[in-house]
Write a protein that binds this ligand. Sequence first.
Ligand SMILES: *[C@@H]1O[C@H](CO)[C@@H](O)[C@H](O)[C@H]1NC(C)=O
Ligand SMILES: *[C@@H]1O[C@H](CO)[C@@H](O)[C@H](O)[C@H]1NC(C)=O
Ligand SMILES: *[C@@H]1O[C@H](CO)[C@@H](O)[C@H](O)[C@H]1NC(C)=O
Ligand SMILES: *[C@@H]1O[C@H](CO)[C@@H](O)[C@H](O)[C@H]1NC(C)=O
Ligand SMILES: *[C@@H]1O[C@H](CO)[C@@H](O)[C@H](O)[C@H]1NC(C)=O
Ligand SMILES: *[C@@H]1O[C@H](CO)[C@@H](O)[C@H](O)[C@H]1NC(C)=O
Length: 415
Amino acid sequence: MTILPSPDRRSQYLFPAALASLMFIGCLRVVLDNLKSSHQSHLFYKSLSGGYQTIRRPIHVSNDEIIDNGCNIFEGKWVWDNESHPLYTEESCPLLVKQVTCQKNGRPDSSYQNWKWQPDECNLPRFNALKLLEILRDKRLMFVGDSVQRSMFDSMVCLVQSVIPEGKKSLKRVPPRKIFRAEEYNASIEFYWAPFLVESISDHATNHTVLKRLVRLDSISNHSKQWEGVDILVYESYVWWMYKPTINATYGNLKNIKEYDVTTAYKIAMETWAKWIETSIKPHNQKVFFMTMSPTHLWNWEWKTGDGGNCFSESQPIQRPYWGTGSNLDIMGIVKDVLGRLRVNVRVLNITQLSEYRKDGHASVYGERKGKLLTKEQRLDPKNFADCIHWCLPGVPDTWNEILYAVLLQDYRKF
Ligand SMILES: *[C@@H]1O[C@H](CO)[C@@H](O)[C@H](O)[C@H]1NC(C)=O
Ligand SMILES: *[C@@H]1O[C@H](CO)[C@@H](O)[C@H](O)[C@H]1NC(C)=O
Ligand SMILES: *[C@@H]1O[C@H](CO)[C@@H](O)[C@H](O)[C@H]1NC(C)=O
Ligand SMILES: *[C@@H]1O[C@H](CO)[C@@H](O)[C@H](O)[C@H]1NC(C)=O
Ligand SMILES: *[C@@H]1O[C@H](CO)[C@@H](O)[C@H](O)[C@H]1NC(C)=O
Ligand SMILES: *[C@@H]1O[C@H](CO)[C@@H](O)[C@H](O)[C@H]1NC(C)=O
């Protein structure tokens, strides 16, 4: 069992000063992504065939790819395995945006790519892109959330794209969505920008307000109409809420703006989301997952005798029980409570604990700020410029997808 020390509640909301600037950056980056997209369409030219050939090739799932019912795959440890990991490289995945290609951006160490998540009581099946594509045949898989969730999307695209020949895959931006298509499988892997899940003034995919936040706690339909009928939905929402202890929001009348306690606002928003899930999801045809918060590593005094630093220059995972104060237990409790009361089965991808150990996995100073790689001067000032929220790829988000794959493979065999 994992020990969860009670966090220092005062510090839970402090991190977002740093965060606000990072998120700002995230959005500018999307603008730049857009500008680049015409270039990228050369790389992934769209299939012209029009109709789809969907020749089903049933996949074989062996017993050792199946996880014992009793095994909690989220409890375990990171083990060194430079033979099996990383599952792809920066070079083998030309779709990676430069915000996450830490090696190319000058990160001197690469061992953060070589760790494998090892559950205590079972093994994760080895990721097999062909099997996943077969599972996704004639289906849509959609990740919904913020920039952390977008990195899970990016990771998933990298995990599968290398087995698809040129001309049979494409990546398009249809704001607020990004859509990767595998033509021969008639499958799509998508990302949908909705940092609060419910509606807010930060919903514009490429030009969202960051410092000023206003959430509509009871409105979700602008988003949810684009989630309808999606076969596999993976939700996540956390870091945007955690800017200050309170957040401006409306409930009902749009003119009636009030400051809500963040936990109260989060709970109401989750209930709005849950109501949509209850009324719109068809459990026989659709699967829903909820991913718990992605941890941050903003203060190194939390895992060692700190010097006021952060995740910068960390090159090893934490190998003892650890839970940082950035992962708010009240929010975790709300997620648990709301999902627990749903009649529709929403499965939890509880990646918080396993990612907590990975202080070494963040982009740090080898990422971007305001859509540009850090300058030499900025790199020399990690206290102000390190990004300890987003992750390098290949890296930790690949493991989240290995876990999602394990669950989908299990489901596939059941039917
Ligand atoms: C893998 O790790 C082992 C142990 O650290 C090391 O001796 C070996 O050189 C590494 N292999 C590669 C290909 O990096
Ligand atoms: C292609 O996939 C979509 C779902 O993404 C599905 O609605 C459609 O029926 C599929 N087409 C064929 C020809 O199977
Ligand atoms: C939702 O859509 C309606 C109609 O397009 C628009 O008036 C409204 O501003 C949207 N809400 C948000 C939060 O964007
Ligand atoms: C972004 O939105 C703001 C306010 O809505 C607007 O003033 C600005 O021109 C927009 N920028 C771009 C690049 O569209
Ligand atoms: C809420 O909005 C008011 C008015 O714009 C602003 O003064 C206040 O700082 C906002 N509160 C938060 C928590 O952002
Ligand atoms: C996720 O796992 C942690 C332990 O690592 C647990 O405390 C928490 O309740 C779990 N969250 C959910 C939503 O199940």
